[in-house]
Design a binder for this molecule. Structure first.
Ligand code: SAM
Length: 244
């Protein structure tokens, strides 16, 4: 199996530089949404850097938060940058984990679910979420839609002081294919090339909705980032919220 892009230091640095704002904005939106709901615990699946979890535990004054991520590098980063006795970061697979705890809120942010290539794995993940959720607890995630997949092909170039990178995105075989090339500036002025790639999948919203319903989730809503109902066929990123 290829090394995950998240286990490559330069990719992780680039990820943190580009994406930290999403975590803070998401924590803010959830705080507003649940200002009248009693939430004492949170589980964040595919927690990445842990910044979102830390922000949630601080702003909701939660008793505890657990983050699970497959990448050892991400877990190392999360532990180093979010030190609190209320936080726990665990290396694990969101399709197959057992924490022997239940939570008021379970999240999976920033299209992390699209990393699960087979729909069977989305089902396994939903099943695990269901068994780790308290009755009345909330599950929310966001995903890249079929519309985004159709419009995915493009090449982007970014230039920074320490490195430059080219992201080549294609939508071959109904998958999101990312090809990353990082050119890292060396002390002697030359550049070292590091390449990596990643694949993501997406599925029709009706299949997602039916599966969640069959598993027992209630009040399933497809919405925008501010929890306003939306048509998943008309947006690139769709947020889903439901309850046990
Ligand atoms: C796009 S990042 C999102 C990280 C974080 N949720 C955020 O909002 O910044 C995707 C994350 O999913 C993790 N991941 C991918 N497959 C996973 C799996 N099967 N189980 C747990 N984590 C996984 C990756 O290691 C990576 O940290």
């Amino acid at each position: 199996m290829n090394k995950s892009a998240y286990d490559i230091d330069i990719f992780l640095k680039d990820y943190v530089d580009k994406n930290s704002k999403f975590s803070f904005d998401r924590a803010l939106a959830l705080k507003e949404k649940f200002k009248y709901k009693k939430i004492t615990s949170i589980l964040d699946l595919a927690c990445g850097t842990g910044l979102f979890l830390n922000e949630m535990v601080k702003s909701f004054d939660l008793e505890y938060g657990v983050g699970v991520d497959l990448s050892a590098n991400m877990i190392k980063y999360a532990k180093k940058h979010n030190q609190s006795s209320k936080l726990k970061f665990v290396k694990g697979d969101m399709t197959n984990f057992s924490l022997e705890k239940t939570f008021d809120l379970i999240t999976c942010n920033y299209d992390a679910i699209n990393h699960l290539i087979m729909f069977e794995d989305w089902q396994k993940m939903f099943n695990n979420v269901y068994s780790h959720l308290k009755i009345g607890g909330v599950f929310t995630f966001d995903y890249n839609t079929l519309l985004k997949l159709k419009n995915f092909s493009r090449t982007s170039y970014y230039e920074y002081e320490e490195y430059n990178c080219v992201w080549h995105n294609t939508n071959e075989n109904d998958r999101f294919n990312f090809d990353f090339s990082y050119y890292i500036k060396q002390k002697n002025g030359e550049y070292k090339l590091i390449k990596s790639s990643q694949i993501e999948s997406t599925f029709p919203y009706k299949l997602i909705a039916t599966t969640l319903k069959q598993m027992g989730f209630k009040h399933i809503k497809f919405c925008n980032k501010d929890f306003k109902k939306c048509n998943p066929n008309k947006v690139f990123r769709c947020f889903v919220i439901c309850e046990k």
